[in-house]
Design a protein around this ligand. Structure first.
Ligand code: F6P
Length: 421
C-alpha cells in the first residue's frame, strides 16, 4: 500500500495551546514517516481543503515545529466556516475529497471544538459514502471547555489560569484604591453558553473576602436586585467588590445582556461588552466608582502564563491523534481521562466523534453555589489541577519569542477552483 499524506487543520476560536497540538501531530507523523507521508496543513482551516490551499509542513525545520509548542494562536490560520448540512448539499465534501485524492491524502486531523468535531464526523461519513477511504480523527480544542466526554478541553486550562491570575492581581489593585476611589471592578471573560471560564476566576479566592467576590455565570439568569444587594454587601464588608462576568450572561428572557452585533458562520451571536453594562448598573443603583475590563483575546492568547497541565495535554492529544490513526481507528477523538484528583493524574482515552459532535457541556448545577454567585468545593476540585504548573515560553528582548512558520504553499494540482460561500 502506498503511503498516504495527512491533512491537519485548525478550526474555530484559537487558543494559547492549539499549536502545541499541531506540534504533537507533526512530530508524531515525522517519527512515523515510514507510514505517513507529508503533513499538509489547511491554510485557514477547512477553507484550505476546499480551495486547495495547502501548506507543506515538511519545509519547516524540526526546531520551528518544536517551537509551536510554546507559540499561541493558530500557526496555519483558523476559520469559522460551516460546511453545508449533508442533506442540503454534498458538494463541499466532494470537493474536499477531490482535493485529498489529488494530493494522496488519507488522514484527516481536525483540531477544534464542538462544531469542528461535527465536521470531522461528517467527513468520516462522507468518505465512506463516496468510497474514498479517509481516516478522520478529531483533535479536541476549545477555551470554552464545553466538549463532552473529555475531562477538559485543551485551551481551557490556560485561559482559566489567565483569568484567575488577572482577577487576583486586579483585586489587589482595587483593594488599594477602594478607600478613596474605585470600589467595584468588573472583568468580562469568554464562554458563550458555558460558564467554565468564569468559574475559573473563582480559583483566585482562597479565603473569605478574597477577590473575586461575585461570579456571574451564563447558566444563571441575571437577577439584578439580588446582584446589587450582594455588591453592596461586599463593599460594606470588604471595602470593595471584584466581579467576574461571563460574556454569555443572559436576562430572564434568555437574551444576552451584551450582544456586540453580528453573527458568525455558525449563527453564533458575537458577544462582548457585558462588563460596562454591569458596571453601569452598579453605578446607577449604588453610585460606586468602577473600572471594568474585557479580557477578550488577551485571555485566549496568553501563552506567557499558560498552564503546564494544559500545554502537556494539548500536545498529548495531538500525538494521540496520529497514534490512533496508525492503530487503524477512525471517526474518534482522543479524550482526556482523569484518573485521580489529588494528585491530578490523567491519561488519553477515546471518544466517538458521533458522541462529541454538537453536544455542549455546561457547568453542572452542583458546581455552582446555591446563591448562584460562586463555585462549590466540588467545582474547585475539578478546576484546580487544570491551572497547575507554569510553562513559560523563551523570552528575547524582554518579550516571548514565538515562532512564525514559513507556511509555503503546496503547488495546486487541480484545474478546478472552488468558491467558498
Ligand atoms: O469558541 C471560543 C470562543 O473563544 C468563545 O468563547 C467566544 O465567544 C468566541 O470564540 C469568539 O469568537 P471569534 O474569535 O470568532 O469572534
Amino acid at each position: 500500500m502506498t503511503k498516504k499524506n495527512a491533512f491537519y487543520a485548525q478550526s474555530g476560536g484559537v487558543t494559547a495551546v492549539i499549536n502545541a497540538s499541531a506540534c504533537g501531530v507533526i512530530q508524531a507523523a515525522r517519527e512515523n514517516s515510514d507510514k505517513i507521508g507529508t503533513v499538509y496543513a489547511g491554510r485557514n482551516g477547512i477553507i484550505g481543503a476546499l480551495t486547495e490551499d495547502l501548506i507543506d509542513t515538511s519545509l519547516e525545520s524540526d526546531e520551528d515545529i518544536a517551537a509551536l509548542r510554546h507559540t499561541p494562536s493558530g500557526a496555519f490560520g483558523s476559520c469559522r466556516y460551516k460546511l453545508k448540512p449533508i442533506e442540503q448539499s454534498t458538494a463541499e465534501y466532494e470537493r474536499i475529497i477531490e482535493v485529498f485524492k489529488a494530493h494522496n491524502i488519507g488522514y484527516f486531523f481536525y483540531n477544534g471544538g464542538g462544531d469542528s468535531q461535527d465536521t470531522s464526523h461528517k467527513m468520516a461519513l462522507m468518505s465512506k459514502k463516496l468510497g474514498y477511504p479517509i481516516t478522520c480523527i478529531g483533535v479536541p480544542k476549545t477555551v470554552d471547555n464545553d466538549l463532552p466526554i473529555t475531562d477538559n478541553c485543551p485551551g481551557f486550562g490556560s485561559v482559566a489560569k489567565y483569568v484567575a491570575v488577572s482577577i487576583r492581581e486586579a483585586g489587589f489593585d482595587v483593594a488599594s484604591m477602594a478607600k478613596t476611589s474605585t470600589k467595584v471592578f468588573v472583568m468580562e471573560v469568554m464562554g458563550r453558553h458555558a460558564g467554565w471560564i468564569a468559574a475559573a476566576g473563582a480559583l483566585a479566592a482562597e479565603k473569605e473576602g478574597d477577590s473575586p467576590h461575585i461570579i456571574l455565570f451564563p447558566e444563571v439568569v441575571f437577577d439584578q436586585e439580588k446582584f446589587l444587594a450582594r455588591v453592596d454587601e461586599c463593599v460594606k464588608k470588604f471595602g470593595y467588590c471584584a466581579i467576574v462576568v461571563s460574556e454569555g450572561l443572559s436576562n430572564t428572557d434568555g437574551v444576552f445582556l451584551a450582544e456586540a452585533g453580528g453573527k458568525d458562520a455558525f449563527g453564533h451571536a458575537q458577544l462582548g461588552g457585558v462588563a460596562p453594562v454591569i458596571a453601569e448598573i452598579v453605578k446607577g443603583a449604588l453610585g460606586y466608582k468602577y473600572h471594568w475590563a474585557v479580557a477578550d483575546y488577551l485571555q485566549r492568547a496568553a501563552r506567557h502564563i499558560a498552564s503546564k497541565t494544559d500545554v502537556d495535554q494539548a500536545y498529548a492529544v495531538g500525538r494521540a491523534a496520529v497514534e490512533f490513526a496508525l492503530a487503524g481507528k477512525n471517526a474518534v477523538m482522543p479524550a482526556i481521562v482523569r484518573t485521580s484528583d489529588e494528585p491530578y493524574q490523567w491519561e488519553i482515552g477515546e471518544a466517538l466523534l458521533a458522541d462529541v459532535a454538537n453536544v455542549e457541556k455546561m457547568m453542572p448545577p452542583e458546581y455552582i453555589t446555591e446563591d448562584g454567585f460562586g463555585i462549590t468545593e466540588e467545582c474547585r476540585r475539578y478546576l484546580q489541577p487544570l491551572i497547575e504548573g507554569e510553562d513559560y515560553p523563551p523570552f528575547k528582548n524582554g518579550l516571548p519569542n514565538y515562532v512564525e512558520l514559513k507556511n509555503e504553499s503546496v503547488a495546486k494540482k487541480l484545474k478546478t477552483t472552488f468558491d467558498i460561500a
